[in-house]
Design a protein around this ligand. Sequence first.
Ligand SMILES: CC(C)(CO)C(=O)C(=O)O
Length: 356
Amino acid sequence: MTLSVRGILHFFANVIIDEMRTDHGMEMDKLRIDIIGGGSLGLLYGGKLAFAGNKVRIWCRSTEQVLSLSTEGLHVTSKENSKTSEVSPSIIEADILDNFTKRWEYNPAEWIFLMTKQKDVAEIGSQLLAKMDDNVLKGTKGLVCFQNGTGHIQLLDSLLPKWHIYSAITTEGAKRLSYNEVFHAGRGVTTIGEITHRESQMGNNSRKSENCLVHEFEKAGFVSDLSNEIVNHIYRKLLINACINPLTALWRIPNGELMATQARVDMMRNLFLEGTKVYDACGIYWDHNLWDQIVSICLSTSANTSSMLKDVLEGIPTEVNWINGSIVTMAEEKGIVANYHKSMIELIKGISTKEE
Ligand SMILES: CC(C)(CO)C(=O)C(=O)O
């Protein structure tokens, strides 16, 4: 990667101009969105929302990624559209996560999208978000969490008692090709809903702000909706992930291959039936056609690598604790066994020495 001095100067000039504009209230017409995490989904949503005219900042852990995005911009490709969307560095910003709180004092955003892995949520919640000054949060509408599984929302809810916390359930498929290139592998739906429903100092007029956000998603090319029953969506996605992800990761197959033999379908079905037993014991709603939905997701994302397989292939810890682990915890709380899901955790954990 070659980084020109001009590019780096251009980046710093942008940052300074940006701080000045906000200080003087000049940049009020665009939605300001901060994306924490420069992984596949962070780059996909960041790139497309910036391309649609929003003011997007991507907060990354690595300086290399910040420099790459700031000097070369962000490139979004998709299988339907042979033309790459080039998001120039003049319309998207990137900065290092360590600067987040400092920059916010002068230049806050309306929305924060938390798009990191589950394992990073506790640290970001406690070390960064919980330490933010109440005053700078006044214009902020909320925090939107994009993680799979459950557990993180309860944690953030306790760490951030004044925040509006939302969950976004997405079936968009994306693959990061490099620090600043992302491939839009499959179109899906993004459903957003508030979990907390609390009175707070953060942006009033919630419904208007939520509609405005969904409108921007639509403008950016994402099929999106608002839900008052986001918890049902969370548990629906949890069981889908718990049935598909560990098996694809163990057998190292794309999602569609799960339908290729009866033995594979039977194993997935066992996970499904055990999961619904746990849901029934806990009084959690599930759609009567959820099994059909799982089958059709395997088919509609047939060529995709599940997120858990991706983690296994990259040698990084998976989200099995938050996916199958959540189901096992719920089962234990009700005094029932969930041995299929328990075995998934043990088998996935055995793949890598990096799993906790
Ligand atoms: C595509 C799907 C639904 C497979 O479980 C997914 O969400 C993932 O890979 O995490």
